[in-house]
Design a protein around this ligand. Structure first.
Ligand SMILES: C[S@@+](CC[C@H](N)C(=O)[O-])C[C@H]1O[C@@H](n2cnc3c(N)ncnc32)[C@H](O)[C@@H]1O
Length: 269
């Protein structure tokens, strides 16, 4: 099945992803983190969550789909001084979550944030994550649920943006509403007894405005907009109108945007 990463790794995407921390993106996992743990961060992206993990556990392996993408995370950890000299063991590996190159039972935690929504076979991905975790260790996954996003004031053009995003993400082999499906994926992968929780990102005031500008830029400047037009889903003109609407919507004083997520935590017996 076709699979490609919908967002790409251009600047507006990286700027948005670099805001992520354990506090805002992996709080459900925090009680299980301890110094000395060997943590695998799959699809680490620009690495801001990975850096937080490194500070807490001292031992991380970050993966990405290619060398170029992996270098983003490497550079971030270096920039933050998270090096061997500071007592941090950071390893980096190009990996596809469907076929991890690691031996069985070696990590204390296998973590993936906003990755499973982009993969063509989430059941296989979870099976692989479970394989590389040691007995007693954890698989930890968090994904947004695009069809649950809500915002105010209403905007038909932002509704249209979501419709286009859902189509392009599904054309790319992903499931943008993976959040609600995580527990079902776990059952199908044989991960019984997994715990499912939810949490949200909430944007108001200046943060809503920044989010709106970020989506406008992502439509105008990244592979996302290109893919929407190239796959014939809409015209460049409609996309420009949607980008413009994002900016206008975000500048309204009461604008708010909420992104619900599903979270899965499974302990290997
Ligand atoms: C939305 S980003 C999330 C980055 C990071 N985890 C974060 O939350 O900031 C998703 C990442 O998953 C990676 N990815 C996509 N498909 C993948 C696959 N099949 N296996 C492993 N990683 C994948 C992408 O390259 C991308 O960097």
């Amino acid at each position: 099945m076709k699979e490609s990463y919908t967002h790409g790794h251009q600047t507006p995407v990286l700027n948005a992803h670099q805001q992520r921390t354990i506090d805002n993106s992996a709080a459900y996992l925090r009680p299980y983190l301890a110094p000395g743990m060997n943590l695998l961060d799959i699809g680490a992206g620009p690495g801001s969550i990975t850096a937080d993990f490194a500070r807490l556990t001292g031992k991380v392996t970050a993966t990405e789909i290619g060398e170029e993408e992996l270098n983003l995370c490497k550079r971030h950890l270096l920039d933050k001084g998270l090096t061997v000299e500071q007592g941090i063991s950071a390893k980096f590996s190009v990996e596809n979550v469907h076929h991890l190159s690691f031996s069985d039972n070696i990590f204390d935690i296998a973590h993936a944030h906003q990755v499973i929504q982009h993969v063509s076979n989430p059941i296989q991905a979870l099976t692989e994550m479970a394989r590389v975790v040691r007995p007693g260790g954890y698989v930890a996954i968090r994904d947004a649920d695009y069809e649950s996003f809500f915002w105010f004031p209403a905007s038909s053009k932002i509704s249209r943006w979501r419709e286009l995003y859902l189509q392009v993400a599904r054309n790319n082999g992903g499931e943008p509403s993976a959040g609600r499906r995580l527990l079902s994926y776990a059952r199908q992968a044989g991960l019984s007894g997994a715990r499912f929780t939810t949490s949200t990102w909430t944007y108001t005031g200046e943060e809503a405005q920044q989010l709106a500008c970020s989506w406008a830029e992502r439509i105008e400047q990244t592979v996302l907009g290109q893919q929407i037009v190239e796959t014939g889903l809409t015209s460049i003109q409609e996309l420009q109108e949607v980008a413009q609407e994002w900016r206008e919507w975000g500048s309204q004083p009461g604008a708010l945007f909420v992104i619900p997520h599903g979270e899965l935590l499974w302990q290997k017996p």
